[in-house]
Design a protein around this ligand. Structure first.
Ligand code: NAP
Length: 242
């Protein structure tokens, strides 16, 4: 689908990658952008329409469905990452919190907006996934579990929604230069690049967008030698300074 003339809703639009999605949509000619945020007073850009939207709240989602009935492009960007190993004392609690946003929130948004997209001609859904949808770094395992699950949600939604003409796009990236990745060292991709590549992917009818070099590397590594990838993670875990 074309971005020009589209009506988009971005979740987690108040900062980080969500803000970059809003910018990219506006500069690519989106006719209207709804900016979802848990605290809509944080949306200060007068070109967009703020929407109260905590993706873990059924009442917020239902209200957003009523308010944004002209949406043709849903960007499921909101996400949470708690940097927690699976067997740490708070591992299960952390995973539950991350799943609430990254999996149940995304699935609930897709379910809520699918009938709207159908009514508006099909449209598209962008789901913000990660390279850790494909492999598991042990220091950040609960988040990886949630992003693995989010990939399954995204892939299943693509199959279910194909008949109504809704394109479902999974987006993968390594570290993106936002607050979420602030504690990480190593190369970080500019949020604007991820947003731009994603919108190109929407226009090119892609199912999957590998939005940076790290995504390309991990995509290849998972297919070429997954055992080696796991050995690298084992070494990192064994050498940890904890
Ligand atoms: N940064 C990375 O390295 C990286 C890499 C790959 C994929 N991703 C994914 O990219 C997406 C955007 O991440 P980011 O880097 O921009 O992270 P970020 O800087 O931490 O921003 C996260 C955004 O999600 C919102 N959010 C969190 N919980 C929410 C909820 N329950 N309902 C609605 N909004 C909620 C936050 O709102 P508040 O301001 O209210 O907290 C914020 O707007 C996420 O899905 C993330 O998993 C990030």
């Amino acid at each position: 689908m074309k971005i020009a003339g589209s009506v988009a809703l971005v979740t987690g639009a108040n900062r980080g990658l969500g803000k970059a999605y809003v910018e990219a949509l506006l500069s690519s000619g989106a006719a209207k952008v709804y900016a979802g945020a848990r605290d809509p007073s944080k949306i200060t850009d007068s070109r967009v329409i703020p929407v109260q939207l905590d993706v873990s709240s059924t009442s917020d989602i239902n209200a957003a469905v009523r308010q944004c009935s002209d949406v043709t492009l849903l960007v499921n960007n909101a996400g949470a990452m708690l940097n927690t190993p699976i067997l740490s004392p708070d591992g299960v609690d952390a995973m539950r919190k991350e799943m609430e946003v990254n999996v149940f929130g995304m699935a609930s948004m897709i379910r809520g907006f699918a009938p709207i997209l159908a009514k508006n001609g099909g449209g598209a859904i962008v789901n913000m996934l990660s390279v850790v949808s494909w492999f598991t770094p042990p220091f950040n395992a609960t988040y990886a579990a949630s992003k693995h699950a989010a990939l399954a949600v995204s892939d299943a939604a693509r199959i279910e929604l194909r008949k109504q003409g809704t394109q479902v796009i999974g987006v993968y990236a390594g570290f993106i230069d936002t607050e979420m990745a602030a504690p990480a060292s190593g190369p970080k991709t500019a949020p604007g690049q991820v947003a731009a590549r994603t919108l190109e992917g929407v226009e090119s009818d892609l199912n999957h967008v590998l939005a940076d070099e790290r995504a390309r590397q991990i995509y290849d590594a998972v297919r070429r030698d997954p055992e080696q990838l796991e050995r690298t993670q084992q070494e990192a875990w064994d050498q940890r300074k904890r």
